[in-house]
Design a protein around this ligand. Structure first.
Ligand code: AP5
Length: 216
């Protein structure tokens, strides 16, 4: 089962991908996580990507496409994978189609996480994460046991620089201009399925499982 998770920032793609990876033994490929790791490790890719990410702009396609191609040709993905945050432009979707054809990979479904802007701003302004183990928290819906500290290793929690409200608003604009056209692109290919992402995390997960069960 190979899936693409599509949706605006903060729609819950990462949260659901982590849960589904465990439940269905799928590989979770998040371009945002790969880029943040590159920034943290000070790699050449990280240095080139950091400025775009801080402003909430997309990293240029030529930097990101090669990153995904390396991952989907890795033997680890044989059981199936979820692409979270890729593609984000029509050009990236075309490149992905070429990669899949070349490697005889089938894209089973594109899942669109539908949510409104106000809920996104609320969620992202409450998001905190642990810089050591990457655990994610949210005020007030998923609070750590000790205020400001990770439940697993007690590390002080941080906020993503691109979760500041002005950057979130820009990320939403970027989504509307550059990524939203993918909704119609995949609708026309009859592989788009939509989920109401405003429900609770458990309800969204159940909707996802129901949808995937219908595909088997
Ligand atoms: P990326 O990391 O992919 O950011 P994003 O798509 O904007 O997604 P987020 O991680 O913010 O949100 P999400 O939908 O995963 O939601 P989450 O589950 O975390 O990309 C970051 C940057 O990298 C981009 O801006 C760009 O610069 C660059 N980049 C990445 N891919 C690229 C590409 N392909 N091309 C070019 N550039 C690229 O949830 C958010 C919060 O809400 C969490 O706190 C969570 O706990 C909470 N939450 C989740 N679900 C629920 C729920 N149902 N109810 C209540 N709270 C919830």
């Amino acid at each position: 089962m190979n899936l693409v998770f599509l949706g605006p920032p903060g729609s819950g793609k990462g949260t659901q991908a982590i849960k589904l990876a465990k439940e269905r033994s799928l590989i979770h490929l998040s371009t945002g996580d790969l880029l943040r790791a590159a920034v943290k490790n000070g790699t050449e890719l990280g240095k080139q990507a950091e400025g775009y990410m801080k402003k909430g702009e997309l990293v240029p396609d030529e930097l990101i496409v090669g990153l995904i191609e390396n991952k989907i040709t890795d033997s680890e993905i044989l059981n199936g994978f979820m692409l979270d945050g890729f593609p984000r432009t029509i050009n990236q979707a075309e490149k992905l189609k070429e990669m899949f054809a070349k490697n005889k990979i089938i894209l089973n479904k594109v899942i669109l996480f539908n949510i409104d802007d106000d809920e996104i701003v609320k969620r992202l302004s409450g998001r905190w994460y642990c810089p050591k183990c990457n655990a994610s928290y949210n005020y007030p819906t998923k609070m750590p046991k000790v205020e400001g500290h990770c439940d697993f290793d007690n590390t002080e929690l941080k906020r993503r620089p691109d979760d500041e409200e002005d950057v979130v608003r820009n990320r939403l604009e970027v989504y509307k201009k550059q990524t939203k056209p993918l909704e119609d692109y995949y609708r026309k290919e009859s592989i788009l399925a939509e989920i109401d992402a405003k429900q609770s995390p458990d309800e969204v997960f159940q909707a996802l499982i129901n949808l995937l069960n219908g595909l088997n």
